[in-house]
Ligand binder design. Structure first.
Ligand SMILES: *Cc1c(COP(=O)(O)O)cnc(C)c1O
Length: 490
């Protein structure tokens, strides 16, 4: 299958490209994104066939339907990484929390957040293509916390790929920082910046646009790629777990085959929700996708009013920082699917020039057929964490907690909901400890201990071990020095 572009073709790039081309150079004509030319139709027969399949078997068959230009042994090797999740026989457990609410836990991988679901296999795929072509790639990542550790973990010691990861010093949790600065491999460079996440992000954008930087990379025979969710190489692995979660509900006799469910997704860059949307289009029985947000509620406004408005909004820091995003990249792929490339280009250019676009009434109606949305603030989120723990015996992180509000406000109570849990309690422990016990401003290590006691849970060894692991990535610099530092590393 080939990939086409959300904003049409500028006649400089190819009309359509292979999967490998789309993932090596993910930016399409006019700054658009690559999308599959058509989606495979799976239908109920596919679901029936995989009633008793393992996650990996389901995944391999779904990927095969995409007919991508990746060798089977590479795909198999990529999927084998799910064997290292907590339960090799089921990397994504789905747990009943209360009547009609099931939580699909996407955080059982090495960095304890859902980025592993896609980045783990993606690392193998990207490195294999680079080796095959005898090319070297640099992955630049700016992270506020979860993408960085997951990208470092997956590319660690992989051939033909180097990673430079920028993070705001003081702007991540202790656990997230330690996950990055203790990563010891020659092909990884972690750089702390004096500043906030936006400074790291802007420095990276500046670098990506710099001709001088590109020239220096060329001299070193290195090409740039990206590991964020604009890369379809990540999205493809995010379709699988939606299908798996549905099948888990059938297996648990919670629904009958063919019964529709809500997918409730805590959203930032919209990669997770997009995976659910594609699964639906490929034949998964879905009633609606519910988009949950925090105070950065631009997606709620878009889905409720048709207006995407960046003019009055600045990102605010919240208790669910992985969702502190206003420019949500993957919404563009939905626009393309619903309204086509001409209209998508028009809307995205309006966003770039005017910081604003507005769907017309007909378009808004179409969007609302597939999506509903609500947002949850930090105090509400903490109340849901406490309440769900005390009344249902289920401990959730602040990102997952945003789903609890929209579960109440957006769902028909007759229809079952699959909500996605995107991080383990260990990743955001100070907020959770505060919710459960009222203790304030705890360090991660203390918060972990108190939650462990209250909830009677063990701190997983990969988290516990971080606090005694040697810090090997010591670089903390001003943002003006980033380019020099990266070139030195290469
Ligand atoms: C990345 C992330 C999200 C947001 O996912 P998107 O696919 O970007 O919408 C939500 N929660 C956590 C913990 C994350 O790391």
């Amino acid at each position: 299958m080939n990939f086409i572009q959300t904003r049409g073709n500028d006649e400089n790039k190819l009309q359509s490209v292979t999967f490998s081309q789309a993932i090596l150079a993910p930016i399409a004509s006019f700054g658009g994104l690559y999308v599959p030319q058509e989606l495979p139709e799976l239908g109920e027969a596919f679901l029936q066939k995989h009633m008793n399949s393992s996650y990996k078997t389901l995944a391999a068959d779904m990927l095969a339907r995409f007919e991508i230009d990746i060798a089977q042994d590479v795909i198999d090797k990529a999927l084998d990484l799910y064997d290292a999740f907590d339960d090799a026989s089921n990397p994504v457990p789905v747990v009943k929390v209360k009547e009609n609410l099931y939580v699909s836990e996407l955080y059982h991988g090495p960095t304890r957040a859902f980025k592993d679901m896609a980045l783990q296999p993606f690392g193998v795929v990207l490195s294999s293509i680079a080796q095959e072509r005898n090319e070297n790639y640099l992955i630049l990542a700016a992270t506020s916390g979860d993408t960085g550790p997951a990208a470092l973990e997956t590319f660690k010691n992989r051939a033909n790929v180097q990673v430079a990861c920028l993070y705001p010093d003081g702007g991540t949790s202790d656990v997230q920082r330690l996950q990055m600065v203790t990563e010891d491999a020659e092909n990884l460079k972690v750089i702390g910046i004096h500043g906030v996440f936006d400074d790291a992000q802007n420095a990276l954008k500046h670098l990506l646009a710099s001709e001088e930087f590109k020239k220096a990379l060329k001299e070193k025979n290195v090409s740039l790629s990206a590991a964020n969710s604009v890369n379809f190489g990540r999205i493809i692995f995010q379709i699988i777990y939606h299908i798996h979660s549905y099948l888990e509900l059938v297996r648990q006799n919670a629904i009958s085959m063919g019964e529709k469910v809500y997918l409730n997704v805590p959203s930032g860059n919209f990669g997770n929700a997009l995976g659910g949307y594609y699964a639906w289009k490929m034949g998964l029985p879905v009633e609606k996708i519910i988009i949950s947000s925090n105070e950065n509620n631009i997606l709620t406004k878009l889905i409720k009013t048709g207006k995407y408005d960046l003019r009055e909004n600045a990102v605010v820091g919240t208790t669910s920082p992985a969702m502190d995003i206003l420019k949500s990249s993957n919404v563009e792929r939905i626009l393309f699917d619903l309204f086509g490339d001409v209209r998508t280009k028009e809307l995205m250019q309006s966003l770039e020039v005017n910081n604003f676009y507005e769907l017309n009434a007909e378009e808004l109606t179409k969007l609302q057929v597939s999506f509903d949305a609500d947002f949850c603030n930090g105090e509400e989120g903490k109340a849901y964490i406490k309440d769900t723990f005390e009344n249902d015996g289920y401990l959730m992180d602040p990102h997952t907690a945003t789903c609890m509000k929209s579960f109440e406000t957006c769902s028909n109570p007759e229809i079952k909901t699959i909500a996605y849990s995107t991080a383990e309690w260990t990743k955001f422990s100070p907020v959770i400890a505060n919710a459960l016990t009222g203790e304030k401003d705890a360090q991660d290590i203390d918060a972990l201990k108190s939650i462990s006691k209250v909830a009677n849970l063990d701190i997983p060894s990969m988290i516990q071990g971080l606090f005694t692991k040697e810090v090997v990535q010591n670089t903390i610099i001003e943002k003006e020095e980033i380019e020099k530092e990266i070139l030195k590393f290469l």
